[in-house]
Design a binder for this molecule. Structure first.
Ligand SMILES: NC(=O)c1ccc[n+]([C@@H]2O[C@H](COP(=O)([O-])OP(=O)(O)OC[C@H]3O[C@@H](n4cnc5c(N)ncnc54)[C@H](O)[C@@H]3O)[C@@H](O)[C@H]2O)c1
Length: 340
């Protein structure tokens, strides 16, 4: 019997590094697409790897015509810091690219007579708290609250969430195959395999990678800045748990998930516990601080825990001690540069 095909856009990024091998080990044939060539260590997990933009309509059509994916995992995006610098590019990639992909997924579902599961990594950037006092008062925000993003990236993600949810409801109402859309609003993600670029929660991974390399680090937000974070292995596990959850157990299309919510000072302390000589200072950059100040300090993820068993393995202590430190010691002792 042929294997189900998973189509992953933005497959060469941080999340793709762990997601591609995880999909392969769960029995999928992986078709990957990215602007950049896939590094060999993840390219080997793929049945096909395509170097193209999601704005390249013929390239996308060719993927659907040739491979008929049962599941689309749409990772390609311009992330928050870059989106603020170039909102037109962000709109093109994050919105127009998403519209084109969802249209092809819908056509595939209709032609094949079965739903196409569409997995969408949204973000806590969809939230927009007006100021630090509101952020503190809000505590762990629910999915329904404070969805009024202050930045382009958050605006793009809200549109993707709403379009996917709408198309799913529309197909159901019409009684025809269509999108089975499922989204997670990820917190900041911390990976030992890669260094991030272009996100505004990057200070946490950057701080720990720098400490492991013995390089000084200047953090671009204030020490008291608090955001939810999660390790990349927990994020990938949750994404795949939601993808395989029975449709009848889902009470919503878009889920918050959390794991730990440290202040920047607490992340520094955790790094110093393992790398006591690390030089970590703070030099807030107002534009990036303003973005982070509009994001919640924590998220209410009760629906994800109840509906499909979201249960992250790593709190801050475990993330640093059991995941990051051993992997980073190995990586940098071997003289490796960060992967990206
Ligand atoms: N990393 C995080 O902290 C975080 C948090 C919340 C949500 N997310 C979301 O998760 C997804 C994956 O994030 P990531 O950390 O792997 O990001 P990343 O920046 O490492 O990877 C994104 C990938 O998309 C590719 N890409 C960009 N424009 C493209 C285009 N036009 N066509 C094809 N590919 C294109 C890039 O080359 C890159 O490899 C993104 O949608 C992101 O918004 C990430």
């Amino acid at each position: 019997m042929s294997k189900p095909v998973a189509f992953v856009t933005g497959a060469g990024g941080e999340m793709g590094h762990l997601l591609l091998p995880a999909l392969k080990s769960r029995g999928y044939d992986v078709v990957a697409l990215d602007l950049v060539p896939l590094p060999p260590e993840i390219g080997s997990s793929c049945k096909a790897a395509i170097e193209a933009s999601i704005l390249d309509a013929p390239a996308l059509e060719e993927v659907f015509r040739r491979h008929h994916p049962q599941i689309l995992l749409h990772l390609a995006a311009v992330l928050s810091t870059k989106a603020e610098k170039d909102p037109d590019l962000a709109h093109d990639v994050n919105t127009n690219g998403t519209v084109a992909l969802f249209r092809l997924a819908r056509e595939e579902a209709l032609a094949a007579g079965r739903n196409v599961v569409v997995m969408f990594p949204s973000s806590i950037a969809v939230y927009g708290l007006p100021d630090a006092r509101a952020k503190e008062a809000a505590g762990a925000v629910r999915e329904e609250d404070w969805v009024r993003p202050a930045g382009m990236y958050g605006i793009n993600k809200v549109y993707g969430e709403m379009l996917g949810s709408y198309l799913t409801a529309r197909a159901r109402k019409a009684g025809e195959p269509g999108l089975d859309f499922r989204a997670i609003r990820f917190p900041g993600l911390v990976s030992a395999e890669t260094l991030p670029s272009g996100g505004t929660s990057d200070y946490a991974p950057e701080m720990i990678h720098a400490a492991a390399q013995g390089r000084p680090y200047s953090c671009f937000v204030r020490p008291d800045t608090r955001l939810p974070f999660m390790t990349m292995p927990d994020a990938v596990e949750s994404f795949l748990s939601l993808a395989s959850a029975p449709a009848e157990s889902l009470t919503r299309r878009v889920y918050n998930i959390g794991a730990f919510s440290p202040s920047a000072a607490e992340i520094r302390e955790a790094a110093l516990e393992h790398f006591p000589g690390a030089e970590i200072g703070f030099d807030p950059v107002p534009a990036r601080q303003a973005i982070v100040d509009s994001w919640p300090a924590d998220v209410d993820d009760r629906s994800a825990r109840a509906d499909w068993g979201h249960a992250p393995r790593h709190g801050l202590r475990e993330a640093v001690r059991d995941y990051l430190v051993p992997a980073l010691r190995r990586r940098y002792a071997a003289g490796a540069a960060p992967a990206r």
